[in-house]
Design a protein. Structure first.
Length: 81
């Protein structure tokens, strides 16, 4: 099942994501994602709000995901500590 989202702006990065709460998959733009980079794999994650059910979603981000999201223009926050 795909959730309807507004069309992305020309040249905007679009990512495929899925919600573990309602089990839908959808396309999401870089501005709807947040990336947090911590000191370890446990504290490095990306997050978004599911457009289908409105639940907050947080997923771990390995090195490859961090690279793709960063290059795609996702806002990044570096965690201290």
């Amino acid at each position: 099942m795909t959730v309807g989202c507004p069309p992305p702006e020309a040249g905007a990065a679009v990512f495929r994501a899925g919600c573990p709460h309602c089990r839908t998959s959808f396309e999401i733009t870089a501005d709807a994602l947040r990336l947090a980079i911590g000191a370890s794999a446990r504290t490095t994650f990306y997050s978004f709000t599911c457009p289908g059910c409105g639940e907050a979603v947080r997923k771990p981000a390995g090195e490859r995901i961090v690279e793709l999201l960063t290059v795609g223009g996702v806002r990044t926050m570096r965690l201290q500590g």
